[in-house]
Design a protein around this ligand. Sequence first.
Ligand code: SF4
Ligand code: SF4
Length: 474
Amino acid sequence: MNAPDKVVPIEPAPVEEVSLYEIRKKIHPRAVTGWFATLRWAAVAFTQLIFYGLPWLMWNDRQAVLFEIGARKFYIGGLVFWPQDVIYLTVLLLIAAYSLFLFTTVAGRLWCGYACPQTVYTEIFLWVERKVEGERAARIRLDAAPMSAAKFGKRAAKHAIWIAIALWTGVTFVGYFTPIRELVRGIPFGLGGWETFWILFYGFATYGNAGWMREQVCKYMCPYARFQSAMFDKDTLIIAYDTVRGEPRGARRKKIDPRAQGLGDCVDCGICVQVCPTGIDIRKGLQYECIGCAACIDGCDQVMGKMGYPKGLIRYVSEHGLEQGYDRAAMLRRALRPRVLVYTAILIAIIAAAGFSLASRNPLKVDVLRDRGALAREAGPGVIENVYRVQIMNTDETPRRFTIEASGLPGLEVVGVEQPVAVDAAGSRLVPLRLTVGAEAAPPGTHKIELRVRAVDDAKVARDERTTFILPRP
Ligand code: SF4
Ligand code: SF4
């Protein structure tokens, strides 16, 4: 009998722990100059001029843009919006959504790269960081250095400036909801609870997101990065590295002919990675972390310029453009594809309809409520009375006087209200009134009638509101 084979115990495979949490590597983006950096700063200036400046503009002795939630009135220039105008908010959101679809389909993450508050404030906070702590290399050294008086001083100065910017951003934000002049004057004497809460909340969010979280917000918190790919197609302009031209990459002396050495145009300097605010290497292809800021284009163009190579190794290009070698004109022609034209047509139609509706908007709004406590009663021999409450809202900037008439039944009369009814500028007034009619004017039952409210000084400012009149059985 053969001896049994020796049993070799199977060694358990080493257990490799896979962390679901990626430890953050701090990114120190290198400063970059160039066409797209200028464009980004222009976007920062434009958006922040609007954000910080708008609440200080005045219009007819009041703040030009003010969302008075307590009074349920929104002022935008000469327009006053009431809760009944919520449709305009819906239209505004639609326009914003369609614009985002359109711009993303044409040129990828333009919003993220140039106008998103996260990008804009990160850019501002980074600028402060550079001014206080120095350029990329100095910041890396400072990070690695042990705490000292100099390091503490720089850190304290940086955070103090960040906090000041963040708090002023919070004040400005609250200034859209409460008159900003009063708000700022009130700061030394203490503000109300809600105002204090929202200033600190918004300020803290700005400080945390732009100072500390930075690219983490784009990578892990922003949902837009995740679903934008649904809006991309092969003709969408993206920021991409031209692999055919760039590879094989490698360091070389300036004077040599790279083709003779079997090299592409990428000198593997790593500048495109160093300037990237999300720390990715665009040479690895399109990645969801890329916010489309174009810093790598500027960085690489500078390198190409120094080497004497044509610019555009990293550039705005479509996938089709890269594959087929389209020139700029061909790519622009393909930008006008059916999907883009449909988005554009819908966007123009919505904007035109909203513009027309706003321009022809009636500054008078009327709500008629029947008094539910008393449906109908006898006001005298053979006279029936119904009671109503009429809310007259004057959304104009001038006070107005209104008359109220009723029609729909023979001999229907408005009583119990002194006419004309005066309503303040951008004000509303609740008017209790009674309508009377002869008991024989119509058969018993519910009858449709109309109330017409009309401005004394302008017959075009009028509203007809339908309601009912009840004639009881005798
Ligand atoms: S900046 Fe340009 S040349 Fe330098 S590594 Fe990036 S792609 Fe290559
Ligand atoms: S890869 Fe280029 S475009 Fe994308 S985030 Fe980095 S620097 Fe900006």
